[in-house]
Write a protein that binds this ligand. Structure first.
Ligand SMILES: *[C@@H]1O[C@H](CO)[C@@H](O)[C@H](O)[C@H]1NC(C)=O
Ligand SMILES: *[C@@H]1O[C@H](CO)[C@@H](O)[C@H](O)[C@H]1NC(C)=O
Ligand SMILES: [Cu+2]
Length: 198
């Protein structure tokens, strides 16, 4: 039970609360609405992996990608005129089949001042659900033979590894080709971040 002193103290405390500094507006009484902070954007289960063609010479960087099915592999192109085409492990430097992806060529002139530059467009393809490795190469001139190759999800247990693919490409004696020189099996579109990837 409240005794006399406690009651007085409580009244005094209540009184001080009523003395508001000038300029302070009393909070509206009655309804108190608490607006919860907006939820964080959920992490997308799909990832975009950026690969830069021509970074570090005649190379894709990175050239050994691990990606979950459904992920997007996005190629950015530095000078001079690269492409990316899907191959089979045993037959590098030529398209795997009619369904192989092919970015077409991305001619990118080097800047006169030597500054960094990349194509205003990118090429994307989606990693298939079958979990199989995806081997790829650049169909420009001697680039594939020169080792401009890469892989998504190489199978360590299969013995078919990127080093072996590059070696086979180096020994390739046929005519390097793309899929009829047009964009298939993916999308070519505006570069979302032309200043990144150097
Ligand atoms: C925010 O997250 C909570 C907890 O997961 C969920 O119950 C609520 O529906 C979400 N609100 C919106 C606007 O997504
Ligand atoms: C890019 O390379 C392809 C294939 O070699 C060639 O046909 C095309 O003319 C080249 N483009 C430019 C602008 O050099
Ligand atoms: Cu190339």
């Amino acid at each position: 039970m409240l005794n006399h002193h406690t009651l007085l103290a409580a009244l005094a405390a209540a009184a001080t609360l009523l003395i508001l500094p000038t300029g302070t507006t009393a909070a509206p009484t009655g309804t108190t609405t608490t607006t919860p902070p907006p939820n964080l954007t959920a992490a997308s289960p799909l990832t975009t992996h950026t690969v830069v063609a021509g970074r570090g010479g005649l190379r894709f960087d990175p050239d050994n990608i691990v990606a979950t099915p459904g992920s997007i592999i996005e190629f950015h192109f530095l000078p001079a005129n690269h492409s990316v085409v899907e191959a089979a492990f045993d037959a590098p430097c030529v398209p795997k089949d009619a369904a192989s992806f092919d970015s077409g060529f991305f001619p990118v002139p080097a800047r006169a001042d030597g500054g960094a530059v990349q194509s205003g467009e990118v090429f994307q393809f989606v990693v298939r659900d079958d979990g199989k490795p995806v081997w790829f190469y650049c169909a420009q001139g001697k680039h594939c033979k020169g080792g401009m190759v890469g892989v998504v999800n190489q199978d360590l247990g299969s013995g078919k590894l990127l080093g072996g693919f590059r070696e086979l490409a180096g020994r390739f004696g046929g005519v390097v080709a793309g899929v009829q020189g047009r964009v298939v099996g993916g999308w070519r579109g505006e570069n979302p971040n032309p200043l990144a990837g150097f």
